[in-house]
Design a protein around this ligand. Structure first.
Ligand code: F6R
Length: 614
């Protein structure tokens, strides 16, 4: 949710800032802007909408702007103030000497603004961020020290922020700080980078330092100084970033989403690697630090997550309850944090998040932690804020996910839940050896089955074309594939903007059936197992109301041809594992419909990949 980038060194800053913003565009695309210092003067360039608009502006003045060897940049997901050029970052003060980029929300900006206006500050935008620019300018006027000005400003601001600041009078210096928003410094040779996330800088350096809350870093081409909010010097922890620049390439696919869908067989292999070695060996999950006794004593599990991660958590609930005999509650983090939740040290709380930066989920796990529960985090970003809250950290190793619509991270989360459930069941002895071995066998052969599904993607594409002009879409399923129906519907609505809803098939007749007519597609997830016949009956009921029926099934039954207008077939799979297989054609269906409709698949409107505001 908003991304910031900065560079100070001896190279021209322009291309580095634009490249960094390109790789942060998944965080927002309402507007973009940069601030540079050309021949001793701070200049701002901003544009509403996609980054390309900013690129067009800066290209026209490239020769001039590229003289600057320092700069900060921003990509916006609007929170305060409309997504227009005036509200685009960087923001500045009355005299235009300060430039600030910000990710987060300044919660007390209204009070600050009133005070600053009384002092003569003239606000141009409706943003919360502009208060920071005026505040820093005021503190700089008092101290003549940019680091001190930023430090004093952060003592007055409340809320969440990652900030990067430059000042016209302080040559070749960026001051950056954070509280409850991600920020890291990339370390080059006589140059430094600052960014909200690794993709912005990985092309230039693998050496980095993550800032902790309330730390302030001052960067010049030849120095990096780190202090805490009280001005004390603190030691720097330099790390080697685990990512490779190639992760940011589309590798010949038209969109990142399509590439990431195709990566799923390998993602499953990665998640299983070293954890599930053979059918007759126990699952190894050293990341779980709860001892055997505590695991046996668990009396409940609460899982908190948002969006796609919430759907993975729902699959997790089915598997854990099935195999471990422990009651599991799954709740959107944004609900969990606003009510009294009951739990104690025998409650395991699992936070699930691709980014590890989702504000609601961070708050939820912190709340549970303060109550004494063990916190297990399932995330694709072991370097994230949420990961730092973990008592047990289970990284899902899906690799960097660029497309805003999550696909491979969902797969990795679901597979991680199978491993976790088997791990607990083996310790608790709560499931039979034969059942566990059956699931392990299916997990091991899952990548081949996924490859088969992907090799039949043309069938999905044909189906997508047939239904692409539908206004609405209904997905029905039962049991362990109900989350698959929700996730299939979410994928479709977020990238194609078609109104799609997932229902438990049994609920259809309690209301939603009233919506059915010849214009309504109903996609039934019809995987063999306990609920197959029931869903088939529900599909018959929908067909009797003239709905356009689509089946996603692992059944070869030819009778289905009479009932369904389109059938997407996947290889036969054990019911318990079916969510991991069934989701892939639904991701492809959403992708091909959106692509057919000409939508911006990787950057759907109004969304951002990392939702760092509550
Ligand atoms: C949908 C999607 C979102 C995220 C949600 C939580 O494709 O990506 O629904 O799943 O915003 O994000 P994380 O998993 O980063 O906590």
């Amino acid at each position: 949710m908003c991304g910031i980038v900065g560079y100070v060194g001896s190279k021209s800053a322009l291309d580095i800032l634009l490249e960094g913003l390109t790789n942060l565009e998944y965080r927002g695309y309402d507007s973009a802007g940069i601030a540079v210092n050309v021949e001793g003067k701070v200049e701002l360039y901003k544009a509403e909408g996609k980054l390309q608009n900013l690129k067009n502006i800066t290209t026209a003045k490239k020769e001039h702007i590229e003289k600057s060897t320092i700069g900060i940049g921003h990509i916006r997901w609007a929170t305060h103030g409309a997504p227009n050029t005036v509200n685009a970052h960087p923001h500045s003060c009355n005299c235009g000497r300060v430039a600030v980029v910000h990710n987060g929300i300044i919660e007390n900006y209204k009070e600050l603004r009133v005070k600053l206006e009384k002092d003569g500050c003239v606000f141009k935008s409706q943003t919360d961020t502009e208060t920071v620019a005026h505040l820093v300018a005021k503190k700089y006027a008092q101290t003549k020290d940019l680091t001190e000005a930023v430090r004093l400003a952060t003592k007055e601001i409340e809320g969440a922020y990652a900030l990067a600041v430059i000042h016209q009078d302080v040559k070749n210096t960026i001051v950056a700080t954070r509280r409850n928003a991600p920020l890291l410094v990339g370390i080059g040779e006589n140059e430094y980078y600052v960014a909200s996330d690794v993709p912005a800088i990985i092309k230039y350096t693998k050496n980095a330092m993550y800032l902790d809350d309330n730390q302030i870093v001052t960067l010049t081409p030849s120095s990096m100084k780190l202090i805490d909010i009280d001005g004390n010097s603190i030691s720097q922890k330099i790390e080697t970033l685990p990512w490779e620049p190639v992760a940011l390439s589309k590798m010949g696919y038209k969109h990142f989403m399509l590439k990431e869908i195709h990566e799923q067989p390998d993602v499953v292999r990665n998640v299983l690697s070293g954890k599930l070695r053979a059918i007759d060996e126990k699952v190894i999950l050293n990341e779980v630090t709860l001892n055997r006794e505590s695991l046996k004593n668990l009396n409940r599990i609460q899982i908190v997550a948002c969006g796609t991660s919430l759907h993975a958590a729902m699959v997790g609930k089915y598997i854990i309850e099935e195999l471990c005999d422990i009651p599991v509650d799954v709740e959107p983090s944004s609900e969990y944090i606003y009510r009294k939740t009951v739990g104690d040290k025998n409650t395991l709380v699992i936070g699930v998040s691709q980014s590890g930066e989702t504000a609601d989920t961070i708050t939820a796990v912190r709340q549970a932690k303060s109550r004494g529960s063990h916190i297990l985090i399932v995330t694709n970003r072991p370097d994230s804020t949420m990961a730092r809250e973990a008592d047990s950290l289970v990284p899902v190793n899906a690799g960097i996910e660029v497309s805003v619509a999550a696909t491979k991270s969902y797969m990795a989360q679901v597979i991680s839940f199978y491993l976790l459930a088997i791990y607990i069941a083996e310790i608790k002895d709560s499931a039979s050896k034969s059942i566990l071995e059956k699931i392990k066998r299916e997990l091991i052969i899952l990548p081949q089955k996924l490859e088969k599904v992907l090799s039949h993607k043309d069938d999905v594409q044909i189906c997508a074309r047939k239904f692409a002009n539908s206004k609405d879409f209904i997905f029905i399923a039962r049991g362990i594939n109900f989350p698959t129906a929700l996730e299939g519907a979410l994928k479709l609505k977020e990238i194609s903007y078609i109104n799609a809803t997932g229902y438990t098939a049994g609920e259809l007749k309690h209301g939603p059936i009233a919506m059915l007519d010849e214009s309504m597609p109903v996609l039934a997830i019809l995987m063999k197992g306990k609920v197959y016949d029931k869903i088939l009956s529900n599909a018959e009921e929908a067909k009797a109301r003239n709905a356009r029926m689509i089946a996603l099934t692992d059944s070869e039954d030819v009778k289905l041809d009479d009932l369904f207008e389109s059938i997407i077939r996947v290889p036969e799979v054990d019911e318990t594992l079916s969510p991991a297989l069934a989701i892939v054609p639904l991701q492809l269906l959403a992708y091909y419909i959106a692509e057919f409709l000409g939508k911006d698949v990787d950057q759907p409107r109004n969304l951002a990949k990392s939702v760092t505001v509550e």
